[in-house]
Design a protein. Structure first.
Length: 698
């Protein structure tokens, strides 16, 4: 007989400790989500702890759990030797019968609810700061960082350096401007007469430093005269300026007595016009009495660093103060993220620095998932590879949960609570293609009731609009056929759906995504909501059933003439003396069966072929007509035999004549009938399709 030894363990005082279950109440484990339900649905367990001694009420001072267990205590369930789930305790509800006396009569229990880390993440309501803010503020070498992302009502310019002085602004400078680099949230806009200023930390060293800022001018300076974008001073009395004119960037260094120590520059050319968002970096170091300066700059969305290296006689000093004074050439200009670091080791023109400035534009969905989890200390796993996921648009300043949803929608991947850890698991869309069944069930002996075939319009969408977070949208519509937008009976009428994504290249990505979602919403055949397995009645299925994960494919044989395949979206397990069941919440897998070019297996389907004449249920010669010559069926001996599907009946073609006529084209097929047990007379005009033809995925 199959055992059902459910074990509850909690991580107490540094060790996993078994906690007694009230077995009669059983354990319910919920994972994944319903196909038509909202995301996320955190993993969840519900059970009752046997509490006759009152020891398992963590709110009682005399309980061994007092001060040890409580909210978000790590918890896991094992059934026999199968580990089912890791979660965090979210609710303890002690209760007992009125007559309860420990060890004498009545009973006492603690109802426990525990959920996956997605629950906790869903409570993080604060938006993540912009990529530039998060990355720059975390630099341990910082001697001052003014993000210039302050709210419109701010009185000072915040400084992310702990204990560092805030900056000031005056003269009409406008805060919270929406024009910003892709990696920033908002900026400061300068006008004639405005002023921004900040003071660097006094503990900065004199061996070398780097100053960085980002800016965009509303228009190029009108002439060849050089005007300052940013100016700063050092403790040796030097004044340093990054300047520009209508063609060049120029660096000037002037001593306290007015002596010009350095004055040189180079053309910014096509790699750095200041009317686009630019990041500017000046690195200064000293050896003996020689100062080496390394000005460099790079443009938004262009991973090319331009710059030069030069020297002059002098010293570097320590950084003291920076400022920007609004003038005619910076009237209406925007400034973002002024900061400096001490030392020379920070790679501020690296690929990573450029990616941050670009808001990680083009980052793969899988890479973004891993990076964000790493930044926030969330343990994560991946099924599939990041390289096969969609390139994404810039990372927005929204909550972590919203960013996860954006990743999920853009790639159409899965993000679920991990089963074997307090962690998240991303399963890529492509890894869910063309799966071998993780579990195959025979109907009706291995499928418990209810197992209902449903012919309805739930999840039907034949006109799908995909909207991109940074602009652009595309609509994909099915214009002909039974599931099209045509009015019944030619179609089903219009069913709209909208998908919000964030892609790197709307021109090349949005249409494919829209077509994919439209294909998912126009599967013609009936759906099933769930598949339940009674493991008491089918002990041979225990191992396979326990190993099914969200995103796996399962199959049911015998319910229909053809095998029915399902993608598992959610799983509900009920473990008790009786029943012991696993219910898979499913969607049809048809759209996930994807063709692979030149693999020697796939076949093109025919789009315009129908029966030219009716046929009896036993006729072995079928007359076909095809509108498009490209849809005619192959006659090649090496491709025979092959199967066709005609209004639910599968037939095997053993011979096919060449196409005749000039359009429509006629062919005659010699066939074996009723391969799937469906035997019926066929009417003229019946649709003809290649059996088990593949779809084309993203």
């Amino acid at each position: 007989m199959t055992t059902r030894n459910a074990v509850l363990e909690m991580f107490l005082s540094g060790a996993w400790t078994t906690v007694p279950l009230y077995s009669a109440a059983g354990v319910t484990i919920t994972r994944g989500h319903e196909p038509d339900g909202s995301w996320p649905r955190p993993t969840r367990i519900e059970c009752e702890i046997a509490n006759d001694t009152l020891a398992y009420d963590p709110s009682r001072p005399d309980s061994p759990l007092y001060g040890v267990a409580g909210r978000n205590t790590k918890t896991r369930i094992t059934v026999d030797t199968n580990q089912r789930v890791w979660v965090e305790a979210s609710s303890w509800t002690p209760d007992r019968t009125p007559e309860h006396v420990p060890g004498v009569r009545g009973r006492s229990w603690t109802k426990l609810t525990a959920e996956g880390v997605l629950r906790r993440i869903g409570m993080w309501t604060d938006p993540l700061r912009s990529p530039m803010y998060r990355t720059i503020s975390a630099r341990p070498t910082s001697i001052g960082h003014w993000p210039l992302e302050d709210g419109r009502d701010a009185l000072l310019l915040s400084n992310t350096l702990a204990g560092g002085p805030a900056g000031t602004f005056k003269g009409g400078a406008a805060l919270a401007e929406s024009e910003a680099p892709l990696g920033a949230e908002q900026t400061v806009k300068t006008v004639v007469g405005s002023q921004l200023t900040g003071v660097f930390a006094s503990a900065s060293t004199t061996t070398g430093w780097q100053v960085v800022f980002s800016a965009k001018l509303a228009a190029l300076p009108s002439g060849a005269g050089y005007q300052s974008l940013l100016t700063w001073t050092t403790s040796n009395g030097y004044t340093w300026s990054w300047t520009t004119n209508n063609a060049n960037y120029f660096i000037s260094v002037v001593a306290s007595d007015g002596t010009v120590l350095y004055n040189n520059g180079t053309a910014w050319s096509t790699q750095g016009p200041p009317t686009e968002w630019m990041t500017f970096r000046l690195k200064a170091s000293v050896s003996g009495g020689t100062v080496t300066i390394e000005p460099a700059w790079y443009r938004q969305s262009a991973p090319v660093v331009t710059g030069f290296t030069d020297t002059f006689a002098g010293s570097v000093g320590r950084l003291v103060q920076w400022w920007q004074v609004g003038a005619s050439y910076t009237d209406g200009a925007w400034f973002s993220h002024v900061f400096a670091v001490t030392g020379l080791t920070d790679a501020l023109t690296s690929g990573t620095a450029i990616a941050v400035f670009n808001g990680y534009l083009g980052e793969r969905a899988g890479d973004r998932f891993q990076r964000l989890c790493g930044e926030l200390g969330i343990t994560y796993y991946m099924i599939g590879t990041a390289a096969e996921t969609q390139p994404m648009g810039p990372q927005r300043a929204v909550t972590f949960l919203e960013l996860l949803k954006e990743i999920r929608e853009t790639d159409d991947c899965r993000i679920d609570d991990e089963r074997f850890d307090i962690a998240l698991t991303m399963r890529t869309r492509r890894v869910m293609y063309n799966q071998t069944a993780a579990l195959t069930l025979t109907y009706p002996s291995q499928v418990a009731v209810p197992f209902n075939k449903i012919l309805d319009d739930l999840n039907t969408h034949n006109r799908v609009t995909v909207k991109n977070a940074s602009g652009g949208e595309v609509t994909s519509s099915l214009l002909s056929g039974p599931m099209s937008v045509l009015a019944p009976p030619a179609g089903v009428g219009e069913y709209k759906a909208s998908v919000d994504v964030s892609v790197a290249n709307p021109a090349t990505q949005l249409q494919d995504i829209a077509d994919w979602h439209r294909a998912k919403g126009t599967i013609e055949r009936p759906r099933y909501a769930e598949v339940t397995v009674d493991l008491l009645a089918n002990p041979s299925l225990v191992s396979a059933a326990m190993n099914v994960r969200e995103g796996d494919m399962i199959a049911v044989v015998g319910a229909e003439p053809e095998t029915v395949r399902f993608l598992v979206d959610g799983i509900i397990e009920k473990v008790s003396t009786a029943p012991w069941t696993v219910t898979y919440q499913v969607e049809l897998y048809d759209v996930w069966i994807i063709g692979v070019y030149d693999d020697g297996v796939w076949r093109w389907d025919t789009r315009t072929t129908t029966l030219a004449a009716g046929a009896t249920s036993t006729a072995t010669s079928l007359s076909l007509t095809t509108v498009d010559v490209n849809d005619t069926l192959t006659t090649a001996a090496g491709s025979l035999p092959y199967d066709l599907m005609i209004e639910g009946e599968r037939v095997t073609v053993t011979a096919m004549t060449a196409a005749a006529g000039t359009g429509p084209y006629t062919q005659t097929a010699t066939v074996t009938r009723s391969i799937n047990g469906v035997a019926k007379a066929q009417l003229a005009g019946a649709r003809v399709n290649v059996y088990d033809s593949k779809r084309w995925g993203l």
